[in-house]
Design a protein around this ligand. Sequence first.
Ligand code: PDD
Length: 282
Amino acid sequence: MIHVGYYNGRIEPLETLMIPAGDRAVYFGDGVYEALLFRGRILFGFEEHLDRFENSCRMLRLPLPMSRDQLKAELMKCVDATDSPDGMLYWQLSRGTEMRHHDFPEPDVRPNLLAYTKPMAMPTFAKKRRLKTVEDTRYLHCNIKTLNLIPSVMAAQAAKEAGCDEAVFHRGETVTECSHSNILIFKNGVLRTHPADNLILPGITRMHLLALARDLGIPVEETAFTLADLREADDVLVTSSTVLFSTAEEIDGIPVGGCARELCGRLRSAYMEKFNTCTSSK
Ligand code: PDD
C-alpha cells in the first residue's frame, strides 16, 4: 500500500478509509495528533513524540485507550504495511464517536485512533526558506498538539500566496513560532528561541536542536525575541519533524541571515549524524 490508512485496528488504503461522521474529530477537532519521519521503518524520535502525545492527552483529559506499548505496536502495523521503508507517520486520537454535544461523551465511549503513512524523501537540510510574518491570532493553549489548526491553516495559505514556504507568527512585536514549525535565531553566537510555554508547541526537533547546541558548547537562550531581532538575526532556523531543520533566506521579501554559516553548519552536521545514527538498523 502506498498510503496506509488505519482506524481503530482496521487497515486499508487511506484513499478508501471511511470514518464515522460522528467522530468528534470531524465537528470539534476534539483530539490530539503527532507526525514524525521513519527511515528503514525506524521511527525517528518515537519516544519523544509519544511523551508529548501522552502529555497532550493528559491536558485535554483524553483517556488513552491502550498502553504505550500497545499503541506503539498498532502504529508499527501501519508502518510495516507501507510499501516504502521511508516516509511520514501521522496519528491522531479523538474523543470518540457520539451525537454532537459540547461536553464530554459518556464514559463508555472509546477514543478513536486514526493513523496513516505517506512515503517521503528524507530531508536534505539544503532548502532555504522564504518566510512571511503573520499576526498570531491563536488561543493560549498552543503547547497542546490539538487538531484545531485553523489559524495555522490560514497563515500557511497566506504564506503560500505570498510565494513563501512558511508563516512566522508574532503576537505584537514578539515572535512565537511558525504555522507548523518552530523558529530560532542566531545572534552574536547565541542560539535564541521562544521559551516552551503555552504560546508555542514544544517541538521535538527544537528540543533535539537545543540539546545538540548545548553539547557543542553553543550558548542557548530560551527567551522571546522581536520581529526586529528576527530581521537582524545572523541566521534564522526553522524546525519541524517533517523538514527537520532549514535556514531562512528571506522574510517578507527582504533577505535575511547567512552570517552564522559556520554555526549552522555545525548544528546541521550534528543533526544529520543524530538522524542517521537513530535510523540506521542495529
Ligand atoms: N507540525 N509548531 C507547530 C505549530 C507545529 O505544528 C509543529 C509541527 C512544530 C514543530 O514540532 P516538531 O518538531 O515536534 O515537529 C512547531 C507538524 C509537523 C505538523 O503539523 O504536521
